[in-house]
Design a protein around this ligand. Sequence first.
Ligand code: NAP
Length: 248
Amino acid sequence: MEIKKVALVTGGMGGLGTAICQRLQRAGFRVAATYSPHNSSPEGWLAAQRDEGYRFTAYKVDVGDFADSEWMVQKLLSEQGRLDVLVNNAGITRDRSLAKMQHDDWVEVMRTNLDSVFNLSKQAIEPMIAQGGGRIINISSVNGQKGAFGQTNYSAAKAAMHGFTKALALEMARHGVTVNTVSPGYLRTKMVTAVPEEVMTSRILPQIPVGRLGEPEEVAGLVAYLSSDEAAFVTGANIAINGGQHMS
Ligand SMILES: NC(=O)c1ccc[n+]([C@@H]2O[C@H](COP(=O)([O-])OP(=O)(O)OC[C@H]3O[C@@H](n4cnc5c(N)ncnc54)[C@H](OP(=O)(O)O)[C@@H]3O)[C@@H](O)[C@H]2O)c1
């Protein structure tokens, strides 16, 4: 009997996370989505997904908390039996210029976007090595590559993710575990569409040469490729997917 590989997507119930979960399930993975302690309706999301033909499992975790992350991955391993793909997708913004930024804005963004990558990857590598391979995909941002006004915290966390990716890629290469960063530009998710229309048309869209926001499904397609056997030679990469907004 063919073994179904297991993918874990943090922040799997968010805008991009949902698209990644759906795409990985269509690629043949059993998919587990995490949700945060602040999420008031994980059952509602699971039911809506079932209505669309998707069956996911869900795990509650604060990805910024090491012990909670450890507990959650152990629970997943005992229930699912294996872990093949980890997508570190959970993230938040707390935008303010540094002059106005509070210490809490810094700490919350660093723990959710960056500590989480350590917390989850640390749990994932042992089962992946034991299985003889795996995939870790870190969802960063164009703003980690080019900086953004009001985002010293977010830009620092997202840039640091790729330093982590490169170092871990070196450590994991001989075990068949690839580690890559995906750096999306502005996507059509709530994180972006919540901005006022005026800001969208005068400040965001003019920065994007293709003239539109990216679709979450476009990023999900890239994540599916990186999760596949075909992508075994891609490791330590930072793949931009930003409509031409920034080229490095
Ligand atoms: N949207 C964009 O334009 C864009 C561009 C570049 C990069 N990104 C990155 O893409 C990722 C997904 O963004 P998105 O647009 O899909 O945002 P989103 O809809 O707000 O999703 C973010 C997810 O992170 C989860 N999360 C937040 N804090 C958490 C915590 N402490 N523990 C566990 N989970 C937590 C949330 O879970 P709950 O819903 O369960 O609370 C939510 O599902 C983020 O890392 C973001 O930085 C987004």
